[in-house]
Design a binder for this molecule. Structure first.
Ligand SMILES: [Zn+2]
Length: 298
């Protein structure tokens, strides 16, 4: 079990219980979410150690390669995935200013994003801890995907872009990882980090039922303010914030289910549409935020 006696970001001892959250995904156990009264950072307390966490991921829902699954929601899922992949590709091209280049996707999962980049001419590699997902991405997309321990053997200054789509919140050692990412990027290159936003409209509405607390798999619960404090300690410059507009639809439906509401799909979709419109005018309260970090240099 991992217990924090000080804030993981500012080291203040003024940390206290914000509320308890249930693991609706696998264990049904309760976990405490703590808040630092000095810097406002929220984090999970007393979560399983790294060598005990695997059982909390044991569900087919975490690996979605149901490419042939039928039914409306699966079709909708595949459609939204293809929309998201094309948006992410455009985003990477825009922020790097490159049509092709070298890219490392950390937490590449089943490889859809790295596969999309590869198809459009990028030299895309992945890092993935889950063996099934890794094998799928190699056989399905012909990707070069390594296990996380291999990252230290990659060459310094070798990538034009490194992406982490909803993975940093799972890492036991985010500061160590981020300095490794810094080493791997070329001078002036970007790192793109997507994270759930615990100050979002949907997080406020669903409170302890908000699906993106996702304890004990999510260890850190960032918002734009606390991510900015985190990034100050990494050597990167926080350059910009973007939003992923479709995440809120998935999170809201799941949160409705966790709340035990009737018609979770309809209610989730309609509330998500409202939250999505509000976030267009206030990006810092979007369900997910994409942070663009730049390494110093040319
Ligand atoms: Zn703090």
């Amino acid at each position: 079990m991992v217990h924090h006696s000080v804030c993981p970001i500012c080291a203040s001892e003024n940390i206290g219980l914000q509320f308890s959250c249930k693991d609706y995904f696998t264990s049904s156990k309760d976990f405490a979410i703590l808040k630092c009264s000095q810097c406002g950072f929220l984090f999970t307390q007393d979560y399983p150690a790294e060598n005990e966490i695997a059982e909390y991921y044991e569900s087919d829902n975490y690996i979605s390669h149901n490419d042939k699954a039928k039914g409306f929601s699966n079709k909708l899922y595949r459609f939204s995935r293809s929309v998201m992949m094309s948006r992410k590709k455009k985003l990477i091209r825009k922020i790097t200013g490159l049509k092709t280049g070298t890219l490392l996707d950390i937490g590449s999962g089943t490889g859809y994003f790295a596969g999309t980049m590869k198809k459009s001419g990028w030299l895309a590699k992945g890092i993935e801890i889950n063996e099934r997902a890794r094998k799928f991405s190699i056989s399905h997309f012909g990707l070069d995907v390594a296990t996380p321990d291999k990252i230290s053997s990659f060459d310094s200054n070798s990538f034009d872009c490194i992406t982490l789509w909803h993975v940093l919140e799972h890492f036991y050692n985010p500061f160590t990882y981020i300095s490794e990412i810094y080493r791997l990027l070329k001078p002036g290159a970007e790192c793109v980090i997507a994270l759930p936003n615990c100050s979002s409209f949907d997080a406020e509405h669903y409170n302890q039922f908000w699906a993106a607390w996702d304890v004990p798999r999510h260890l850190w619960h960032f918002n734009p303010e606390t991510f900015s404090l985190f990034s100050e300690k990494t050597g990167f410059t926080l350059e910009d914030l973007r939003i992923l507009p479709l995440d809120v639809f998935y999170i809201s439906q799941l949160s409705e289910k966790y709340k035990g509401s009737s018609l979770p799909f309809i209610k989730g979709i309609s509330k998500a549409a409202y939250f999505a419109i509000l976030s267009v005018f206030n990006k810092k309260r979007s369900s997910s935020v994409v942070y663009i970090l730049r390494k110093s240099g040319v």
